[in-house]
Design a protein around this ligand. Structure first.
Ligand code: KIV
Ligand code: ZN
Length: 523
């Protein structure tokens, strides 16, 4: 359990990339990917990993329990609504961890109370019962007042007091809709600490969404007011405008120690690799000018800046690239580089592969090195982002593609394997990518609609690889696929097929039970 008393300058980092982050439409991650990310978060020094919402599906349950079993130092937490069935299921999943936590929540603002059909007193009763039940199972219980910011202040004090009396050890005050401002965020924490009996016995947490672009500022203001747990995600992943970005909070606390004398346990040199990994598996590319982890975050384009940085790095840089794990050794690899060199480069970039996976990547690395003179770190990361790496058992696999394009029209001849059986189709389309996607649809008919098609060059030059992200939607399920290749059209087909493979997996997942609909979870 997180200790309240030891060090008042210590801020706990609670990462919810695998729960709130994964709720971003299209950001679904596979079981293995979740386990890998959890292991990286644990190694980076994250205090609490929110690994999922165990009752939501069999897949979520399995992910939370496996992450719990594999955990080393981090507390492993699962989410549950305010009912006994959810809490029991959550406990079943997290109990395998050396340090388990049950996180239970209910929406306390007027609009949430209306949805739950509970009046103020009934809700207080429900909070008391559910937190007591959770505490009887687990000594570490977090309680959240969803939409706390829009909850009447006196009622917020009352529900927080109830949760503390029932045994909650962490009280989370979420800004569920990203509505607050730094002043208000601080004021609420201060008021709760002052007015609520027992507040000094628990840890207050801040959980901000970024709808108005103030999540990091609001979280830091809450810390200055007394919150000692920040809830955040890698790259600020999360539904709508996302959650507070872990890397922003951690680096802000580190860079502005003079103003904010708080410490985290985070090994910041692991930030960049985690950012890449999350971008890769979620299919959500990091915007170029994103603070801390964006491609341009440490680039100085203007002459004045370059000159200043060359003379004295502190002129324009408030932190070093190496602080977040950007290595200066972006040495090009080429077709003469061997397996050992590739393995060591992959390790440097944060990928530890089993021998059979390494062999697969090596074959594709060689193929790339044949087509591209110099293979840079970005190319290797793009190779790793190619969904094919992780999916030996994919139902659909691209076997052969021939495309004719130009002023006389476009045609794609595609061969794919569908559950091991080879099928081919030749289709025309409105452009080469459209022709290819039509061929995929002919081979594997489906009703999924294309929600996003995004192409990004990985490096400079006309021989650069393109990373393609495709997002599909079917019956409310949203999935993404990504792939990289020097051939943009081939990468597009592979990304599309990757997304379809994920959709096939999602179709087989158990739908959340009907009780999920009676207590609203999301905005
Ligand atoms: O944003 C929110 O209110 C949440 C809660 C479930 C903690 O994610
Ligand atoms: Zn949230």
């Amino acid at each position: 359990m997180a200790d309240k008393t030891t060090d008042t300058s210590r801020v706990l980092i609670f990462d919810t990339t695998l729960r709130d982050g994964e709720q971003s439409p299209g950001a679904t991650m596979s079981h293995e990917e979740k386990l890998e990310i959890a292991a990286m978060l644990d190694e980076m020094g994250v205090d609490v990993i929110e690994a999922g919402f165990p009752i939501a599906s069999e897949g979520d349950f399995a992910a939370v329990s496996d992450i719990a079993k594999n955990s080393k130092n981090s507390i492993i937490c699962g989410l549950s609504r305010a009912n006994i069935k959810d809490i029991d299921r959550c406990w079943e999943a997290v109990k395998h961890a050396a340090k388990p936590r049950i996180h239970t929540f209910i929406g306390t603002s007027p609009s949430h109370r209306a949805i739950t059909n509970l009046d103020k007193d009934e809700m207080v009763e429900r909070i008391y019962q559910t937190v007591t039940h959770a505490r009887n199972l687990c000594e570490d219980v977090q309680w959240s007042a969803m939409d706390a910011i829009r909850t009447e202040r006196d009622y917020l004090c009352r529900v927080v007091e109830t949760a503390i009396k029932a045994g909650a050890t962490t009280i989370n005050i979420p800004d569920t809709v990203g509505y607050t401002t730094p002043n208000e965020s601080a004021e609420i924490i201060r008021e709760l600490l002052e007015k609520v009996p027992g507040a000094d016995q628990v840890i207050f947490a801040t959980h901000c969404h970024n709808d108005l672009g103030m999540a990091t500022a609001n979280s830091l203001a809450a810390v200055e007011a007394g919150a000692r747990q920040v809830e955040c995600t890698i790259n600020g992943l999360g539904e709508r405008a996302g959650n507070t970005a872990l890397e922003e909070v951690v680096m802000a606390l580190r860079v502005r120690q003079d103003l904010m004398p708080f410490n985290t346990r985070i090994d910041t040199t692991k930030i960049m690799n985690l950012s890449r990994k999350v971008a890769q598996v979620s299919g959500f590319a990091v915007q170029f000018n994103k603070a801390i982890v964006g491609k341009n975050a440490f680039l100085h384009e203007s002459g004045i800046h370059q000159d200043g940085v060359l003379k004295n790095v502190e002129t324009f840089e408030i932190m070093k690239p190496s602080d977040i794990g950007i290595t200066e050794t972006n040495i090009a690899m080429g077709k003469h580089s061997g397996r050992a060199a590739l393995r060591s480069k992959l390790k440097e970039l944060g990928y530890e592969l089993a021998d059979n996976q390494l062999q697969d990547v090596f074959v594709r690395f060689k193929a790339l090195a044949d087509r591209k003179k110099e293979v840079y770190d970005e190319d290797i990361m793009a190779l790793m982002s190619d969904s094919v790496v992780n999916t030996g058992e994919d139902v659909l696999q691209v076997k052969k593609l021939r495309v004719v394009c130009g002023s006389d029209g476009q045609e794609a001849a595609l061969t794919m394997s569908v559950k091991g059986e080879e099928k081919s189709a030749t289709c025309e389309g409105d452009g080469p990518v459209d022709a290819c996607f039509n061929a995929v649809k002919e081979i594997f008919p489906h009703a999924a609609r294309l929600k996003l098609y995004q192409v990004q060059a990985v490096t400079d030059g006309t021989d650069a690889q393109a990373t393609v992200v495709v997002r599909l939607e079917e019956d409310g399920r949203i999935v993404s696929g990504s792939a990289a290749d020097t051939d943009t059209i081939l990468a597009s087909v592979k990304a599309y097929v990757g997304a379809l493979n994920r959709l096939i997996v999602r179709r087989t997942k158990t739908a959340p039970d009907s009780d999920m609909k009676t207590v609203s979870f999301k905005q």
